[in-house]
Design a protein around this ligand. Structure first.
Ligand code: GDP
Ligand code: IMO
Ligand code: MG
Length: 421
Protein backbone atom coordinates (compact mmCIF):
# COMPACT_ATOMS: atom_id res chain seq x y z
CA UNK A 1 0.00 0.00 0.00
CA UNK A 2 1.06 3.58 -0.65
CA UNK A 3 0.26 6.78 1.20
CA UNK A 4 -1.75 9.36 -0.72
CA UNK A 5 -1.03 12.99 0.10
CA UNK A 6 -3.45 15.91 -0.05
CA UNK A 7 -2.01 19.41 0.19
CA UNK A 8 -2.54 23.04 -0.80
CA UNK A 9 -0.89 24.52 -3.90
CA UNK A 10 -1.33 28.20 -3.10
CA UNK A 11 -1.02 30.28 0.10
CA UNK A 12 -3.23 28.08 2.26
CA UNK A 13 -7.01 27.98 2.83
CA UNK A 14 -7.57 26.22 -0.48
CA UNK A 15 -10.22 23.93 1.05
CA UNK A 16 -8.00 21.05 2.18
CA UNK A 17 -10.08 20.30 5.28
CA UNK A 18 -13.28 19.96 3.29
CA UNK A 19 -11.69 17.52 0.85
CA UNK A 20 -9.99 15.40 3.53
CA UNK A 21 -13.40 15.01 5.18
CA UNK A 22 -14.98 14.09 1.82
CA UNK A 23 -12.26 11.57 0.91
CA UNK A 24 -11.84 10.08 4.41
CA UNK A 25 -14.38 7.23 3.90
CA UNK A 26 -12.01 5.77 1.26
CA UNK A 27 -9.18 5.57 3.81
CA UNK A 28 -8.46 3.85 7.13
CA UNK A 29 -6.08 6.48 8.48
CA UNK A 30 -5.77 10.27 8.12
CA UNK A 31 -2.41 11.72 9.19
CA UNK A 32 -1.39 15.38 9.58
CA UNK A 33 2.30 15.81 8.82
CA UNK A 34 3.29 19.44 9.52
CA UNK A 35 2.24 22.84 10.81
CA UNK A 36 0.25 23.45 13.94
CA UNK A 37 -2.67 25.57 15.10
CA UNK A 38 -1.79 28.19 12.50
CA UNK A 39 -3.98 25.98 10.30
CA UNK A 40 -7.74 26.36 10.16
CA UNK A 41 -9.44 23.56 8.24
CA UNK A 42 -13.19 24.04 7.77
CA UNK A 43 -15.64 21.16 7.45
CA UNK A 44 -19.33 21.57 6.68
CA UNK A 45 -21.94 18.83 6.76
CA UNK A 46 -25.47 18.25 8.10
CA UNK A 47 -25.76 21.94 8.87
CA UNK A 48 -22.63 21.87 11.07
CA UNK A 49 -19.64 24.10 10.36
CA UNK A 50 -16.52 23.08 12.23
CA UNK A 51 -12.98 24.45 12.12
CA UNK A 52 -10.06 22.16 13.04
CA UNK A 53 -6.59 23.47 13.87
CA UNK A 54 -4.41 20.60 15.05
CA UNK A 55 -6.64 17.54 14.88
CA UNK A 56 -6.83 15.89 11.43
CA UNK A 57 -9.92 16.43 9.29
CA UNK A 58 -10.91 12.75 9.34
CA UNK A 59 -11.96 13.01 12.99
CA UNK A 60 -15.71 13.15 12.26
CA UNK A 61 -15.63 9.86 10.36
CA UNK A 62 -16.47 6.84 12.47
CA UNK A 63 -13.97 3.98 12.49
CA UNK A 64 -11.04 6.01 11.17
CA UNK A 65 -7.71 6.47 12.88
CA UNK A 66 -6.43 10.05 12.89
CA UNK A 67 -2.72 10.61 13.50
CA UNK A 68 -0.86 13.77 14.43
CA UNK A 69 2.60 13.13 13.00
CA UNK A 70 6.03 14.05 14.33
CA UNK A 71 6.27 16.98 11.90
CA UNK A 72 3.41 18.81 13.64
CA UNK A 73 3.83 21.30 16.51
CA UNK A 74 1.13 21.07 19.17
CA UNK A 75 -0.10 23.73 21.58
CA UNK A 76 -1.72 21.87 24.50
CA UNK A 77 -4.04 24.83 25.17
CA UNK A 78 -5.58 24.92 21.69
CA UNK A 79 -5.47 21.12 21.56
CA UNK A 80 -7.59 20.82 24.72
CA UNK A 81 -10.03 23.43 23.42
CA UNK A 82 -10.35 21.53 20.15
CA UNK A 83 -10.76 18.16 21.84
CA UNK A 84 -13.40 19.58 24.24
CA UNK A 85 -15.39 21.07 21.34
CA UNK A 86 -15.35 17.71 19.54
CA UNK A 87 -16.38 15.83 22.69
CA UNK A 88 -19.37 18.19 22.97
CA UNK A 89 -20.37 17.15 19.47
CA UNK A 90 -20.18 13.51 20.55
CA UNK A 91 -16.88 12.70 18.82
CA UNK A 92 -14.83 10.16 20.80
CA UNK A 93 -11.48 11.93 20.30
CA UNK A 94 -9.55 9.58 22.54
CA UNK A 95 -10.62 6.57 20.51
CA UNK A 96 -10.04 8.12 17.09
CA UNK A 97 -6.79 10.03 17.64
CA UNK A 98 -3.16 8.92 17.96
CA UNK A 99 -0.32 11.36 18.53
CA UNK A 100 3.35 10.90 17.72
CA UNK A 101 5.63 11.22 20.74
CA UNK A 102 8.06 13.05 18.44
CA UNK A 103 5.68 15.94 17.68
CA UNK A 104 7.07 19.11 19.25
CA UNK A 105 5.28 21.14 21.89
CA UNK A 106 4.43 24.81 21.45
CA UNK A 107 5.39 26.34 24.79
CA UNK A 108 3.30 29.14 26.32
CA UNK A 109 6.35 31.36 25.83
CA UNK A 110 6.55 30.52 22.10
CA UNK A 111 3.36 32.51 21.53
CA UNK A 112 4.87 35.52 23.29
CA UNK A 113 8.12 35.17 21.35
CA UNK A 114 6.10 35.08 18.11
CA UNK A 115 4.33 38.31 19.09
CA UNK A 116 7.57 39.94 20.31
CA UNK A 117 9.38 39.07 17.08
CA UNK A 118 6.53 40.42 14.94
CA UNK A 119 6.34 43.64 16.99
CA UNK A 120 10.12 44.12 16.64
CA UNK A 121 9.89 43.68 12.86
CA UNK A 122 7.35 46.49 12.61
CA UNK A 123 6.44 47.16 8.98
CA UNK A 124 8.36 44.12 7.76
CA UNK A 125 6.40 41.71 9.96
CA UNK A 126 5.45 38.33 8.47
CA UNK A 127 1.83 38.69 9.51
CA UNK A 128 2.09 35.40 11.40
CA UNK A 129 -0.95 33.84 13.04
CA UNK A 130 0.74 34.53 16.43
CA UNK A 131 0.29 30.88 17.42
CA UNK A 132 3.97 30.46 18.28
CA UNK A 133 4.76 28.44 15.15
CA UNK A 134 8.06 30.13 14.17
CA UNK A 135 9.60 30.01 17.68
CA UNK A 136 8.48 26.38 18.19
CA UNK A 137 10.15 25.24 14.95
CA UNK A 138 13.20 27.37 15.82
CA UNK A 139 13.56 25.44 19.06
CA UNK A 140 13.08 22.18 17.15
CA UNK A 141 15.84 22.87 14.63
CA UNK A 142 17.92 24.63 17.30
CA UNK A 143 17.72 21.38 19.29
CA UNK A 144 16.13 22.94 22.34
CA UNK A 145 12.53 21.82 21.86
CA UNK A 146 10.33 19.67 24.04
CA UNK A 147 8.29 16.89 22.50
CA UNK A 148 4.97 15.26 23.35
CA UNK A 149 6.86 12.17 24.56
CA UNK A 150 8.69 14.34 27.08
CA UNK A 151 5.40 14.76 28.93
CA UNK A 152 5.90 11.15 30.10
CA UNK A 153 9.23 12.02 31.74
CA UNK A 154 9.24 12.19 35.53
CA UNK A 155 11.39 15.32 35.37
CA UNK A 156 9.14 17.07 32.82
CA UNK A 157 8.39 20.05 35.10
CA UNK A 158 12.13 20.70 35.46
CA UNK A 159 12.97 20.63 31.76
CA UNK A 160 9.85 22.70 31.08
CA UNK A 161 10.98 25.33 33.62
CA UNK A 162 14.51 25.36 32.20
CA UNK A 163 13.24 26.13 28.70
CA UNK A 164 10.82 28.75 30.06
CA UNK A 165 13.80 30.38 31.75
CA UNK A 166 15.69 30.56 28.47
CA UNK A 167 12.65 32.09 26.79
CA UNK A 168 12.29 34.62 29.63
CA UNK A 169 15.75 35.92 28.77
CA UNK A 170 14.83 36.22 25.11
CA UNK A 171 11.62 38.03 26.04
CA UNK A 172 13.64 40.43 28.19
CA UNK A 173 15.84 41.11 25.18
CA UNK A 174 12.69 42.03 23.23
CA UNK A 175 11.48 44.05 26.22
CA UNK A 176 8.32 41.96 26.07
CA UNK A 177 6.16 40.61 28.88
CA UNK A 178 6.50 37.12 30.34
CA UNK A 179 3.79 34.48 30.80
CA UNK A 180 1.29 35.00 33.61
CA UNK A 181 0.85 32.20 36.21
CA UNK A 182 -2.67 31.66 34.79
CA UNK A 183 -1.27 31.08 31.29
CA UNK A 184 1.25 28.58 32.61
CA UNK A 185 -1.46 26.78 34.58
CA UNK A 186 -3.74 26.58 31.56
CA UNK A 187 -0.88 25.18 29.48
CA UNK A 188 -0.07 22.51 32.08
CA UNK A 189 -3.75 21.51 32.23
CA UNK A 190 -3.76 21.14 28.45
CA UNK A 191 -0.53 19.13 28.62
CA UNK A 192 -2.20 16.75 31.08
CA UNK A 193 -5.06 16.16 28.60
CA UNK A 194 -2.55 15.64 25.78
CA UNK A 195 -0.65 13.09 27.87
CA UNK A 196 -3.84 11.06 28.38
CA UNK A 197 -4.23 10.59 24.62
CA UNK A 198 -2.90 7.56 22.76
CA UNK A 199 0.77 8.47 22.31
CA UNK A 200 2.61 6.46 19.68
CA UNK A 201 5.98 5.96 18.06
CA UNK A 202 4.41 7.29 14.89
CA UNK A 203 6.99 6.15 12.36
CA UNK A 204 6.68 2.51 13.49
CA UNK A 205 2.89 2.57 13.72
CA UNK A 206 2.42 4.17 10.30
CA UNK A 207 4.78 1.75 8.59
CA UNK A 208 3.04 -1.13 10.36
CA UNK A 209 -0.37 0.16 9.22
CA UNK A 210 0.96 0.34 5.66
CA UNK A 211 2.37 -3.17 5.82
CA UNK A 212 -0.97 -4.50 7.04
CA UNK A 213 -2.69 -3.03 3.98
CA UNK A 214 -4.33 0.00 5.57
CA UNK A 215 -5.08 2.96 3.32
CA UNK A 216 -3.52 6.19 4.57
CA UNK A 217 -4.20 9.78 3.51
CA UNK A 218 -1.65 12.40 4.58
CA UNK A 219 -3.15 15.83 5.33
CA UNK A 220 -1.12 18.93 4.56
CA UNK A 221 -1.54 22.32 6.17
CA UNK A 222 -0.76 25.80 4.86
CA UNK A 223 0.19 25.81 1.17
CA UNK A 224 3.17 25.19 -1.09
CA UNK A 225 3.76 28.92 -1.57
CA UNK A 226 4.20 29.23 2.22
CA UNK A 227 6.82 26.44 2.30
CA UNK A 228 9.91 27.27 4.35
CA UNK A 229 12.25 26.51 1.41
CA UNK A 230 10.20 27.30 -1.68
CA UNK A 231 7.73 29.95 -0.52
CA UNK A 232 8.29 33.70 -0.80
CA UNK A 233 10.92 33.69 1.96
CA UNK A 234 10.85 35.20 4.57
CA UNK A 235 7.08 35.59 4.18
CA UNK A 236 6.47 31.89 4.75
CA UNK A 237 5.60 29.51 7.54
CA UNK A 238 8.27 27.46 9.32
CA UNK A 239 7.60 23.93 8.05
CA UNK A 240 7.88 21.86 4.87
CA UNK A 241 4.42 22.12 3.41
CA UNK A 242 5.19 20.09 0.27
CA UNK A 243 4.96 16.34 -0.41
CA UNK A 244 8.51 15.81 0.87
CA UNK A 245 7.26 17.12 4.23
CA UNK A 246 4.91 14.12 4.44
CA UNK A 247 7.97 11.82 4.47
CA UNK A 248 9.83 13.64 7.23
CA UNK A 249 6.64 14.56 9.08
CA UNK A 250 5.35 11.00 9.34
CA UNK A 251 8.43 8.82 8.99
CA UNK A 252 7.74 7.22 5.64
CA UNK A 253 10.02 6.82 2.63
CA UNK A 254 9.53 8.70 -0.67
CA UNK A 255 8.89 5.37 -2.45
CA UNK A 256 5.76 4.94 -0.31
CA UNK A 257 4.04 8.03 -1.70
CA UNK A 258 1.13 7.19 -4.03
CA UNK A 259 -1.26 9.80 -5.38
CA UNK A 260 -0.59 13.46 -4.67
CA UNK A 261 -3.82 15.49 -4.60
CA UNK A 262 -3.08 19.18 -5.19
CA UNK A 263 -5.85 21.49 -4.00
CA UNK A 264 -6.25 24.97 -5.46
CA UNK A 265 -8.85 27.71 -5.54
CA UNK A 266 -10.23 28.88 -8.91
CA UNK A 267 -8.65 32.21 -7.91
CA UNK A 268 -6.02 33.09 -5.27
CA UNK A 269 -6.02 34.29 -1.69
CA UNK A 270 -3.30 35.11 0.81
CA UNK A 271 -3.42 36.05 4.51
CA UNK A 272 -0.60 37.99 6.12
CA UNK A 273 2.24 39.87 4.45
CA UNK A 274 4.33 38.96 1.42
CA UNK A 275 4.28 39.20 -2.37
CA UNK A 276 1.09 38.34 -4.27
CA UNK A 277 1.54 39.07 -8.00
CA UNK A 278 -2.12 38.76 -9.04
CA UNK A 279 -3.57 40.58 -6.03
CA UNK A 280 -6.63 42.75 -6.73
CA UNK A 281 -6.71 45.78 -4.47
CA UNK A 282 -9.91 47.05 -6.04
CA UNK A 283 -13.66 46.42 -6.21
CA UNK A 284 -13.12 43.06 -7.94
CA UNK A 285 -10.88 41.90 -5.07
CA UNK A 286 -13.52 43.12 -2.65
CA UNK A 287 -16.18 41.15 -4.55
CA UNK A 288 -14.12 37.94 -4.37
CA UNK A 289 -13.63 38.47 -0.64
CA UNK A 290 -17.34 39.02 -0.09
CA UNK A 291 -18.62 36.21 -2.34
CA UNK A 292 -15.97 33.78 -1.16
CA UNK A 293 -16.32 34.77 2.49
CA UNK A 294 -12.56 35.16 2.49
CA UNK A 295 -11.86 35.76 6.15
CA UNK A 296 -9.29 33.63 7.97
CA UNK A 297 -10.56 30.47 9.71
CA UNK A 298 -7.91 30.87 12.43
CA UNK A 299 -7.47 34.62 12.90
CA UNK A 300 -10.56 36.10 11.23
CA UNK A 301 -8.33 38.43 9.20
CA UNK A 302 -9.55 39.50 5.76
CA UNK A 303 -7.82 37.41 3.09
CA UNK A 304 -6.19 39.27 0.22
CA UNK A 305 -7.76 38.14 -3.08
CA UNK A 306 -6.60 37.97 -6.69
CA UNK A 307 -6.76 36.10 -10.00
CA UNK A 308 -5.53 32.57 -10.60
CA UNK A 309 -1.74 32.45 -11.03
CA UNK A 310 -0.69 29.64 -13.39
CA UNK A 311 3.13 30.04 -13.15
CA UNK A 312 2.80 29.73 -9.36
CA UNK A 313 0.43 26.77 -9.73
CA UNK A 314 2.85 25.01 -12.09
CA UNK A 315 5.69 25.66 -9.64
CA UNK A 316 3.71 24.00 -6.86
CA UNK A 317 2.74 21.08 -9.09
CA UNK A 318 6.42 20.57 -9.92
CA UNK A 319 7.57 20.70 -6.29
CA UNK A 320 4.90 18.27 -5.12
CA UNK A 321 4.66 15.79 -8.00
CA UNK A 322 0.91 16.38 -8.14
CA UNK A 323 -0.96 13.54 -9.87
CA UNK A 324 -4.50 14.94 -9.56
CA UNK A 325 -5.77 18.47 -9.15
CA UNK A 326 -8.82 19.48 -7.16
CA UNK A 327 -10.36 22.85 -7.92
CA UNK A 328 -12.27 24.70 -5.20
CA UNK A 329 -14.68 27.63 -5.11
CA UNK A 330 -15.43 28.33 -8.80
CA UNK A 331 -18.95 29.14 -7.50
CA UNK A 332 -17.44 32.36 -6.12
CA UNK A 333 -16.66 33.50 -9.69
CA UNK A 334 -20.29 33.23 -10.86
CA UNK A 335 -21.64 36.52 -12.15
CA UNK A 336 -18.37 37.94 -13.43
CA UNK A 337 -18.44 38.91 -17.11
CA UNK A 338 -14.82 38.08 -17.62
CA UNK A 339 -12.03 36.50 -15.61
CA UNK A 340 -8.31 36.99 -15.83
CA UNK A 341 -5.74 34.25 -15.53
CA UNK A 342 -2.04 34.95 -15.14
CA UNK A 343 -0.17 32.83 -17.68
CA UNK A 344 3.34 34.30 -17.32
CA UNK A 345 5.32 36.93 -15.44
CA UNK A 346 7.04 40.05 -16.69
CA UNK A 347 10.27 40.37 -14.72
CA UNK A 348 12.30 43.45 -15.67
CA UNK A 349 10.82 43.32 -19.18
CA UNK A 350 11.51 39.62 -19.65
CA UNK A 351 8.54 37.29 -20.02
CA UNK A 352 9.00 34.14 -18.01
CA UNK A 353 6.95 31.29 -16.58
CA UNK A 354 9.45 30.81 -13.76
CA UNK A 355 8.95 32.08 -10.24
CA UNK A 356 12.06 34.25 -9.79
CA UNK A 357 14.38 34.08 -6.77
CA UNK A 358 13.57 37.57 -5.56
CA UNK A 359 9.82 37.93 -5.50
CA UNK A 360 9.86 40.15 -2.43
CA UNK A 361 11.57 43.34 -3.62
CA UNK A 362 10.63 42.70 -7.27
CA UNK A 363 7.10 41.38 -7.35
CA UNK A 364 6.60 39.81 -10.81
CA UNK A 365 4.08 41.64 -13.02
CA UNK A 366 1.42 39.23 -14.31
CA UNK A 367 0.72 38.71 -18.00
CA UNK A 368 -3.00 38.02 -18.21
CA UNK A 369 -5.21 35.99 -20.50
CA UNK A 370 -8.81 37.15 -20.39
CA UNK A 371 -11.49 34.46 -20.46
CA UNK A 372 -15.28 34.56 -20.48
CA UNK A 373 -17.08 34.27 -17.17
CA UNK A 374 -20.47 32.69 -16.46
CA UNK A 375 -23.58 34.09 -14.82
CA UNK A 376 -25.17 30.85 -13.58
CA UNK A 377 -25.23 29.90 -9.90
CA UNK A 378 -23.50 26.50 -9.85
CA UNK A 379 -23.82 25.64 -6.17
CA UNK A 380 -26.65 23.15 -6.81
CA UNK A 381 -24.91 21.40 -9.74
CA UNK A 382 -25.12 17.64 -9.33
CA UNK A 383 -22.54 16.69 -11.94
CA UNK A 384 -19.93 18.57 -13.94
CA UNK A 385 -22.27 18.14 -16.93
CA UNK A 386 -24.50 20.77 -15.30
CA UNK A 387 -21.72 23.35 -15.63
CA UNK A 388 -22.07 26.32 -17.97
CA UNK A 389 -19.83 26.02 -21.01
CA UNK A 390 -17.56 28.87 -19.87
CA UNK A 391 -16.76 27.03 -16.62
CA UNK A 392 -16.01 23.82 -18.48
CA UNK A 393 -13.74 25.85 -20.76
CA UNK A 394 -12.05 27.41 -17.69
CA UNK A 395 -11.37 23.95 -16.18
CA UNK A 396 -10.04 22.61 -19.48
CA UNK A 397 -7.88 25.67 -20.06
CA UNK A 398 -6.19 25.15 -16.68
CA UNK A 399 -5.72 21.42 -17.28
CA UNK A 400 -4.17 22.07 -20.69
CA UNK A 401 -1.84 24.68 -19.27
CA UNK A 402 -0.55 22.69 -16.30
CA UNK A 403 -0.88 19.25 -17.87
CA UNK A 404 -2.44 17.53 -14.84
CA UNK A 405 -6.07 16.35 -14.73
CA UNK A 406 -8.59 18.08 -12.48
CA UNK A 407 -10.42 15.17 -10.84
CA UNK A 408 -12.68 17.08 -8.44
CA UNK A 409 -14.47 20.41 -8.71
CA UNK A 410 -16.02 21.76 -5.50
CA UNK A 411 -18.99 24.11 -5.87
CA UNK A 412 -19.72 25.02 -2.24
CA UNK A 413 -18.49 24.47 1.32
CA UNK A 414 -20.71 21.46 2.10
CA UNK A 415 -19.54 17.86 1.82
CA UNK A 416 -22.22 17.20 -0.76
CA UNK A 417 -21.09 20.05 -3.04
CA UNK A 418 -18.19 18.00 -4.40
CA UNK A 419 -18.27 16.84 -8.01
CA UNK A 420 -16.06 14.12 -9.54
CA UNK A 421 -14.86 14.40 -13.12
P1 GDP B 1 -8.13 24.89 4.38
O1 GDP B 1 -7.29 25.62 5.36
O2 GDP B 1 -7.41 24.56 3.12
O3 GDP B 1 -8.81 23.67 4.96
O4 GDP B 1 -9.31 25.90 3.96
P2 GDP B 1 -10.16 26.84 4.95
O5 GDP B 1 -11.15 26.02 5.66
O6 GDP B 1 -9.28 27.71 5.77
O7 GDP B 1 -10.83 27.83 3.91
C1 GDP B 1 -11.64 27.37 2.90
C2 GDP B 1 -13.02 28.05 3.05
O8 GDP B 1 -13.77 27.88 1.88
C3 GDP B 1 -13.85 27.45 4.17
O9 GDP B 1 -14.65 28.44 4.72
C4 GDP B 1 -14.68 26.41 3.44
O10 GDP B 1 -15.90 26.14 4.10
C5 GDP B 1 -14.94 27.11 2.13
N1 GDP B 1 -15.07 26.24 0.95
C6 GDP B 1 -14.43 25.09 0.66
N2 GDP B 1 -14.75 24.68 -0.59
C7 GDP B 1 -15.59 25.59 -1.09
C8 GDP B 1 -16.24 25.74 -2.34
O11 GDP B 1 -16.11 24.96 -3.27
N3 GDP B 1 -17.04 26.87 -2.50
C9 GDP B 1 -17.21 27.77 -1.51
N4 GDP B 1 -17.98 28.84 -1.75
N5 GDP B 1 -16.60 27.65 -0.30
C10 GDP B 1 -15.81 26.58 -0.12
P1 IMO C 1 -4.24 26.44 6.48
O1 IMO C 1 -3.75 25.07 6.86
C1 IMO C 1 -3.34 30.54 5.35
C2 IMO C 1 0.32 32.30 6.98
C3 IMO C 1 0.17 33.44 7.96
C4 IMO C 1 1.45 34.20 7.68
C5 IMO C 1 2.45 33.10 7.42
C6 IMO C 1 3.30 32.73 8.62
O2 IMO C 1 -5.52 26.82 7.13
O3 IMO C 1 -4.25 26.59 5.00
P2 IMO C 1 2.79 31.40 10.87
O4 IMO C 1 1.74 31.59 11.92
O5 IMO C 1 2.74 30.07 10.21
O6 IMO C 1 4.17 31.72 11.36
O7 IMO C 1 2.46 32.51 9.75
O8 IMO C 1 1.70 31.98 6.99
N1 IMO C 1 -0.42 31.07 7.33
C7 IMO C 1 -1.53 30.65 6.73
N2 IMO C 1 -2.27 31.24 5.77
N3 IMO C 1 -3.68 29.32 5.81
C8 IMO C 1 -2.93 28.70 6.75
O9 IMO C 1 -3.15 27.43 7.12
C9 IMO C 1 -1.82 29.39 7.29
N4 IMO C 1 -0.90 29.11 8.23
C10 IMO C 1 -0.04 30.13 8.24
O10 IMO C 1 -0.99 34.19 7.70
O11 IMO C 1 1.31 34.95 6.50
MG1 MG D 1 -7.35 27.38 6.50
Amino acid sequence: MKIDVLLGLQWGDEGKGKLIDVLAPKYDVIARFQGGPNAGHTLEFDGIKHVLHTIPSGIFREGKINIIGNGVVIDPVTFKREADALLKLGVDVKKRLWISRKAHLIMPSHRLLDAASEAAKGKTKIGSTLKGIGPAYMDKTGRNGLRVGDLERTDFKEVFSALLQKHAELLRFYDYRNNTPEELEEWLQGAEVLKQMTLIDGEYEINELLRSGKRILAEGAQGSLLDIDFGSYPFVTSSSTITAGACTGLGISPSQIGEVFGVFKAYCTRVGSGPFPTELEDATGELLRKNGNEFGSTTGRARRCGWLDLPALKYSIMLNGVTQLMMMKPDVLSGMDELKVCTAYNVHGKITERVPFDVVSNVPVPEYQVVKGWSENITAAKTVNDFPKQLTDYVQMIEKNVNVPISIVSVGPDRTQTLMR
